[in-house]
Structures are given as structure tokens and as C-alpha cells.
Design a protein around this ligand. Structure first.
Ligand code: PAF
Length: 287
């Protein structure tokens, strides 16, 4: 263990005791939930968390309940040692790396569901995904007792669903969204980018390129959903390996589809390259 490595805990009770002591000492706690395989995008969340709190806890847990039966739970990249090193360098104070049985004790039957917002966009092609996300995030919030929890805006629907869960269940935790971190060629950072072959990786640039074309049209006055979506579709459609899952324009709070941008709207898409499904988005904002 390098001298900068954060303390590691695996038990919920231990984490709660630690959090109680920090709170008693009037220190603010920020939680950054992750599934590990960390990249610059995660480290940006840790840095943002440091600006909001005195102590930063990062959870590293590949959550089985948010993966469908044919999804990549088994092959999801895992490297806790490297993650802890990176987190030490990024200034995290504590890494919470529980086992599956710690989070889901044998016999567990409790789930937390946010209806409606979980249904469209990624929820339509990943049934049960957000049920798994909200269930684990609720448990992590109860374990780490943070004042603030920080999430990336690449998973915009996840952020909106968690915000609604927090609001509806009165967790008393501030939910903070951090802007997408991109590779130099525009691809949004994601642990799943490592699954792409070199040719898929090249074609995957079309997601952000398509969003940028839509933004250029928006900036020259286009407001209609159909035209903005078509700009993305045309660009992504040029890539032979890209299979579009969805491209949608929707409200930034309840994620309901909108006919045009009034004030602001979320332009979001999901595209498959073989087995790998990538997502990206942009907020279009007037003024
Ligand atoms: O965004 C992720 O990595 C996961 O969905 C989260 C929030 C850590 C829950 O497992």
C-alpha cells in the first residue's frame, strides 16, 4: 500500500460508525459511488467531491442488480488495487469496497424503485437497470451517511432518477452532477470504452460528433426536436458498425420527451457497437 492510499472498509456497520464520528466532529462527508475500473471521469467526480466536503468516500462495487441477464456483469473490468492507488492520488479519504453479500444479505427482498423517470431512454432497453441503481444507491447513502453525493452527467438519466429518489424519500443528501469528461477526440470517458475494437473505437466518435452537429443547428436557431434528432441520426448513421438504440430530446427534470427546446432540453443517445452499448448527451440551453 502506497503512503497516499486511502483507508479501505468493507463493512456497512464500520462505515456507518466512521460516518457518525465524522459527523460528530462536524465534518462534511461526500460520497462518490462507482463500480471501479476508474478513469479520469471518475477522478473528476472525486475532485468535485473534495470541493463540497471535508471527507471523500468512494464506493467501489460492481452492483449485480443493475445488470440484465445478458449484460456484462461477469466481464465488467475490476482492478481494486489500481483503483485505490488512483483514489489516493486524487485525494479520497476512504474506499468502501463491500462484497455482494454485504450489500445484499442472503434473503434480502427490498428494492427501491423510481417510477416513470426510469422507464424511457436507457430504461426501455435495460429493463430493471434503474431499479438496481436506485436500490444500491439508497443502500450506499444509508451506509456512508454523506452530506453530498456526486454523480457524472454522462449517465444523465441515472442522475435525474437519483435526484428524484432523494427528493421523494427525504434522504437529506445534496445530489451533485459533474460535467462529462471526454477523451481528446470527444468520446465520453466510460469504463466500457475498453470493450471497443480499434475500428469500433474510431466509429464511436460519431456520438459526440452527432451531438455537436445538433448543437450547431441549435445555435443557428433550430429548436424542433425532429430536426435536432435528425442531425444526430445522420452523423451516427454514417458509421457502418453503429446501431442506434435511441436518440431523444427530453425535459431535463422529468425526462419526458419534448417537441422543441424551450429554455433547455436534454439531447441524449445510446448506440451499440456489437455487444458494447455507449451513451452520451448534451444539454441544449437558450440564452
Ligand atoms: O454510475 C455507476 O457507476 C453506477 O451506476 C453506480 C451509481 C455506482 C451504482 O452502481
Amino acid at each position: 500500500m502506497s503512503p497516499t492510499e486511502p483507508r479501505r472498509l468493507t463493512g456497512i456497520r464500520e462505515l456507518q460508525c466512521w460516518a457518525d464520528a465524522e459527523r460528530a466532529a462536524r465534518r462534511r462527508i461526500a460520497l462518490v459511488p462507482t463500480m471501479g475500473a476508474l478513469h479520469e471521469g471518475h477522478l473528476a467526480l472525486v475532485h468535485a467531491a473534495g470541493a463540497w466536503a471535508d471527507r471523500v468516500v468512494v464506493s467501489v462495487f460492481v452492483n449485480p442488480t443493475q445488470f440484465g441477464p445478458d449484460e456484462d456483469f461477469e466481464r465488467y473490468p475490476r482492478d481494486l488495487e489500481r483503483d485505490c492507488e488512483l483514489l489516493g492520488e486524487a485525494g479520497a479519504d476512504l474506499v468502501f469496497a463491500p462484497t455482494v453479500d454485504e450489500i445484499y444479505p442472503p434473503g434480502d427482498v427490498t428494492r427501491v424503485e423510481v417510477q416513470r423517470l426510469s422507464r424511457g431512454l436507457c430504461g426501455a432497453s435495460r429493463p430493471g437497470h434503474f431499479l438496481g441503481v436506485t436500490t444500491v444507491v439508497a443502500r450506499l447513502l444509508l451506509a456512508a451517511k454523506p452530506h453530498v453525493a456526486v454523480f457524472g452527467m454522462k449517465d444523465y438519466q441515472q442522475l435525474a432518477v437519483i435526484r428524484r429518489m432523494e427528493r421523494d424519500l427525504h434522504f437529506g443528501v445534496e445530489i451533485v452532477g459533474v460535467p462529462i469528461v471526454r477523451e481528446p477526440d470527444g468520446i465520453a470517458m466510460s469504463s466500457r470504452n475498453t470493450y471497443l475494437s480499434p475500428v469500433e473505437r474510431r466509429q464511436a466518435r460519431a456520438l459526440y460528433a452527432g451531438l455537436c452537429e445538433a448543437r450547431a443547428r441549435f445555435e443557428s436557431g433550430e429548436r424542433r426536436a425532429g430536426a435536432l434528432i435528425e442531425a444526430v441520426r445522420l452523423r451516427v448513421g454514417k458509421e457502418p458498425l453503429a446501431e442506434i438504440d435511441y436518440i431523444e430530446l427530453c425535459a431535463t427534470d422529468d425526462l419526458e420527451p419534448v417537441e422543441s427546446v424551450e429554455g433547455q432540453a436534454l439531447l441524449a443517445l445510446a448506440v451499440r457497437f456489437g455487444e458494447t452499448r455507449l451513451i452520451d448527451n448534451l444539454i441544449l440551453e437558450e440564452g
